[in-house]
Design a binder for this molecule. Structure first.
Ligand code: P1T
Length: 396
């Protein structure tokens, strides 16, 4: 079998970490539902004891995503090459936080998915005593000022949800390590996907995905993923994941594995369609501002071009007019579905202030600019002409 590291992403998404099932030769990995595995003698087994700890279907997904993110951990050292699949994206983030001691210091980006904000601020500040500073990492001086020698974790999304801010990963890693060489720098890569951006290659220690989104791509399962850069970190994650148990089920592992095989072709279409729609939206008088990392008008377009090979399917717009105007537009779409989530084959549209980011306190939403006229689009892979026509009639 070819070493997946010799192949490009379009080949990796289909073959990396996969091999025909040994007893039957099945080309697609079977869904191994068994919760437990027979042993020849106590402690003598084939590497599988109990599905919370080991599952072949989950391993196949984990290896694939680890290799897509550029893992260099060999399978002999770690059975899933530093990749880990969880019951949700939030379970993956919770596991990262479980690596930290009580009272640890954490620096995060200021713009995060509302659920990530809720877990950090409304659960872990209380239950784990985390000391959290949120900072706009586009201002690297402010990040440097926030970063301390005892900061245990730096956590960011780029592009961010929902403001599509772009942070310079190499600069963040450099500044963070200068203050604390032992800090863990983790990047939520959900919006970009490993097709468009690979944070490990920019020096991050951890990559996380809500696999519910682009990796699965069909809006029919909830799952999360982590990939660790080093074996040492992978061992710590494996211990915590097995201890707390938020694993991805064999069926959902299969769903994501099936979906991820088309990730490269889907992302090409998402990238192309979103670019076209973003340009079209920018030409309209009834749209105040369009935020898309692929547009030259994006304040960090140059960083995005350096760090990403495509700009993804997410567009954020600020409509002319207030909440009622936005509400009317959102009620009128006919192809876009008014729904939370993103990254599926079908186009979605939503209102972050009322929907996905309602758990961010209003004052912070106002400070960040998550306003009543902010609308978030997840551009699907339908014909872009139909999507433009749909937006045109809804805006009219
Ligand atoms: O929903 P779940 O699989 O648990 O993933 C949480 C999550 C983590 N990180 C990012 C960047 C996300 O966007 C999400 C989930 N986001 C939505 C449901 C949404 O509509 O934005």
């Amino acid at each position: 079998m070819i070493d997946p590291r010799e192949t490009r992403p379009g080949t990796r998404v289909i073959h990396a970490g996969q091999r025909p099932e040994p007893t039957t030769g099945a080309v697609m990995p079977p869904i191994f539902l068994s919760s437990t595995y027979a042993q020849d003698s106590p402690g003598v087994h084939k590497g599988f004891e109990y599905t919370r700890s080991h599952n072949p279907t989950r391993y196949a997904l984990e290896r694939l995503v680890a290799l897509l993110e550029g893992s260099t951990i060999p399978e002999e050292a770690d059975p899933s090459r530093g990749g880990f699949a969880f019951s949700s994206g939030m379970a993956a983030i919770a596991t990262v936080l479980d690596l930290l001691d009580h009272g640890a210091r954490v620096v995060t980006g200021d713009d995060l998915y509302g659920g990530s904000h809720r877990l950090l601020r409304r659960v872990r500040e209380r239950s784990q005593g985390l000391r959290i500073t949120a900072v706009d990492m586009t201002d690297e001086q402010r990040f440097e000022d926030a970063m301390t020698a005892d900061t245990a974790l730096v956590w960011l999304e780029t592009p961010t949800n929902p403001l599509l801010k772009v942070f310079d990963l190499e600069a963040i890693v450099r500044i963070a390590r200068a203050k604390n060489p032992g800090v863990i720098v983790g990047c939520d890569n959900t919006f970009a996907t490993p097709i468009n951006q690979r944070p490990l290659e920019h020096g991050c220690d951890l990559v996380m995905h809500s696999a519910t989104k682009y990796l699965n791509g069909h809006s029919d399962c909830v799952a999360g993923l982590l990939v660790a850069r080093t074996q040492e970190l992978a061992e710590r994650i494996r211990f915590v994941q097995n201890s707390a148990g938020p694993v991805c089920s064999p069926f959902d592992s299969y769903m994501v594995l099936r979906g991820v095989k088309t990730l490269d072709v889907r992302m090409q279409r998402h990238n192309e369609s979103a670019m076209r729609i973003a340009k079209w939206l920018e030409s309209r008088k009834d749209v105040d501002r369009v935020v898309y990392p692929g547009l030259p008008s994006h304040p960090r377009h140059e960083v995005a071009r350096r760090q990403m090979s495509g700009f993804g399917g997410m567009i954020t717009i600020f409509l002319g007019g207030g909440l009622e105007h936005s509400r009317t537009m959102l009620e009128r779409v006919r192809i876009f579905a008014l729904a939370e989530s993103l990254g599926g084959v079908e186009s979605l549209i939503e209102h972050p202030a009322i929907m996905t980011h309602a758990s961010v306190p209003p004052a912070q939403r106002a400070e960040l600019g998550i306003a009543d006229n902010l609308v978030r689009l997840s551009v699907g892979i339908e014909d872009p002409e139909d999507l433009i026509a749909d937006l045109e009639q809804a805006l009219a």
